[in-house]
Write a protein that binds this ligand. Structure first.
Ligand SMILES: NC(=O)c1ccc[n+]([C@@H]2O[C@H](COP(=O)([O-])OP(=O)(O)OC[C@H]3O[C@@H](n4cnc5c(N)ncnc54)[C@H](O)[C@@H]3O)[C@@H](O)[C@H]2O)c1
Ligand SMILES: O=C(O)C(=O)C[C@]1(C(=O)O)C=C[C@@H](O)C=C1
Length: 292
């Protein structure tokens, strides 16, 4: 028997449509799929792809769901939950897949009716693409899904969401919100900030230099451009929602960049090679952990 009778996915983009594809291909997640989006064109595409039993722009359909996944950009989540709130039945689980917790948990909890369980989650999986055509059923395979329950989340609801992500193919870890935001600032938010900035620096070069850079870009620069192709609204929301932690992490990074610059200026071969070796060893560890 599927985990839920009716699953509602709001925002069927990269993450939401990957969940829907997984639900369709395995049949383990839900008997029935409702999909909501603010864009009629997105809903039309979801229908063409056969990824929903019902589509809607109306939050009232949430009363039919026993699990609601809110998969919209971080700053849109609160308003979506506010619109759903009058329609949610006691016993319904609501989750988001936000890339940052920030102040989200307290605002969401204050909006939810008694008896509705909020289980924030964050799949550590993605690509630089967005929208309903970008998703795929294997996106979460062997990736971490982080569960970040609030102090008020009931254990039974955590158990259900652990099953949910395991049925998506992910490995589940429970962590606290502040730890989540510190880790993601380092492994996800800072790398994106650097990628956007490197592209910006290349773009600001004189026009002659710029076209040479783009013509001769080999894999070093090219790898940064993959990340830098990510959605602007999504990343604006992440950077501003995790502002303080991200800026702290950036300060540490700038100190380390300064120390590399000093080593290069001083011709300190040992210091330079030592820093490079640490990068290689991190890469080896990721490969051993099957995360690269
Ligand atoms: N992209 C990633 O790599 C990744 C990974 C993990 C988590 N996340 C998080 O998942 C969420 C979704 O990201 P995505 O990449 O799937 O986005 P996406 O841009 O592919 O899809 C978002 C969808 O939400 C819809 N939407 C936006 N505002 C809405 C509103 N107010 N009401 C209803 N629908 C609305 C959009 O029309 C779109 O269809 C974000 O919170 C993001 O931080 C993203
Ligand atoms: O693989 C990518 O392209 C991603 O950007 C995925 C990525 C990440 O930074 O690791 C992006 C945001 C998320 O919240 C989780 C995963």
């Amino acid at each position: 028997m599927p985990l839920f009778k009716t699953l509602m996915v709001i925002g069927p983009g990269l993450i939401g449509s990957s969940i829907l594809r997984r639900a369709r291909s395995t049949g383990q997640l839900a008997e029935r799929l409702i999909v909501m989006d603010k864009e009629p064109a997105v809903l039309k595409r979801i229908e063409e792809l056969g990824l929903a039993d019902s589509v809607t722009t109306e939050p009232a359909m949430a009363e039919e769901a026993d699990c609601v996944v809110v998969s919209v950009p971080v700053r849109a989540i609160e308003n979506v939950v506010r619109s759903l709130s009058p329609h949610l039945r006691p016993g319904t689980i609501i989750t988001d897949v936000a890339s940052v917790r920030g102040e989200l948990d307290s605002s969401i909890l204050s909006l939810l009716p008694h008896g509705v369980e909020y289980v924030p989650s964050h799949p550590m999986a993605g690509t630089e693409f967005s929208g309903p055509d970008a998703g795929f059923a294997e996106l979460f395979e062997n990736r971490w899904a982080l569960l970040i329950p609030t102090p008020e989340t009931a254990p039974w609801a955590c158990g259900k969401m652990q099953n949910f992500w395991e049925f998506c193919g992910a490995r589940v870890k429970f962590i606290k919100a502040d730890e989540h935001d510190r880790i993601c600032a380092m492994v996800s938010h800072l790398p994106h900030l650097l990628a956007f900035t490197i592209c910006d620096t290349a773009d600001n070069l004189s026009s002659e230099m710029r076209s040479a850079v783009l013509d001769y870009a080999a894999s070093g620069f090219r790898d940064f451009t993959r990340i830098a192709a990510s959605d602007p609204v999504m990343w604006r929301d992440i950077f501003t929602a995790n502002r303080d932690v991200l800026l702290e992490t950036l300060d540490r990074f700038l100190r380390d960049v300064q120390s590399m610059a000093d080593a290069i200026r001083d011709g300190d071969d040992d210091a330079i090679t030592e820093k490079i070796k640490r990068g290689r060893s991190i890469r080896r560890t990721l490969i051993q952990n099957k995360q690269a």
